[in-house]
Write a protein that binds this ligand. Sequence first.
Ligand SMILES: [Fe+2]
Ligand SMILES: [Fe+2]
Length: 385
Amino acid sequence: MNEALQTYLKDIQFSGDLKKDIEAFFAAYEDDETLGHTLSVASEAKRVATLYGADPVKAEQAALLHDISNVVPVAEMLDLAKKLSIEIMDEEYTYGRIVHQKLSKAMAREIFNITDQEILDAIECHTTLKSEASLMDKVLFISDKISWKLPGDHQYLLDARYKVDEMKLNEGVLIYLNQVWENRSKLKLIHPWLIQARAELMSTFPELETERFLLRQITHDNANDIFQTFSLDEVTKYYDVESFTNIEQAEKLIQTWHQRFENKQAIRWGITLKSDNRVVGTCGFHGWAKNHHKAAIGYELTPQFWRQGVMTEVLEKIMEYGFDTLELNRIEAFVEPENVGSRRVLEKVGFQAEGLLKDNYYWKNRFVDNVIYALIKKDFKKMTR
Ligand SMILES: [Fe+2]
Ligand SMILES: [Fe+2]
């Protein structure tokens, strides 16, 4: 064992039973608080690992060990890390406590003889996560967060927990990372690993599922489906596009959607039948003004599926994603007054008409009025909870 760690050993008699040894370890430091937290993270990690098909035994072990470096006074953490030849990033000097995740890894290896890389890696990034995080990394990371008993109302932790339980681990993780990101001006440090992990999760196209449909990225293989829909006048009637006359137009549209997603300007899902993977419509957000937490929605559906509650089912799902994961506060929709079908869909989902925008745009040789609809996050939450 590295000499620098000897002083932290006290006179603990290790039994080889990790849970008992952890209890003895924190007892020697009279640190009931960290022990309590550790045990709740351990049972949560075991549960989440089982849910997602990760090894529950390893997850529990990683959780039992994740905060063992809490026994090291914060003022000594950077020093100890140096003595253990742990690589310290420049940013970590600004907030020494952040190295506790790396210290816990070293202590797990040196004091508790853990050699399993999956466990050690998960401990090492339990506070910040990192890019290319493994399932085990995410399991420990999110279990640590959703086990916290923080005073007051922390809706984002409840939201993250819902996502985890709904089998949407990445979305749950992203809710937490977004919360940190939003509060970055108040924090001493936002760790580069966390920034990378968040960027990576944000750039993966999010697949969503409703009862009848899978919402996924539209690929060039779907050009024919898109063409079929957009070539119909009844679909494009209220659209600012002419009906398509050739498949290249569909390919170009798909290309545009991809580019806008990559540039984080918009997101467009293909509404896909679970049975045969056919794209029967699309929906998504555009006009995304991140600083104002708002975006507009757009959608269309091939007529064969009209009047079957498809758009209501799909919009409810993407609203939830918009409010929770994209952190939208206001979602707008612009509809021509006579587009009764679309207005009915919006109203069913909870949108409220706010007024008439006269001559809002010029299209097909005439000025077109729009009714502006909006749905605000707190009203949506009231409806769905
Ligand atoms: Fe921690
Ligand atoms: Fe923790």
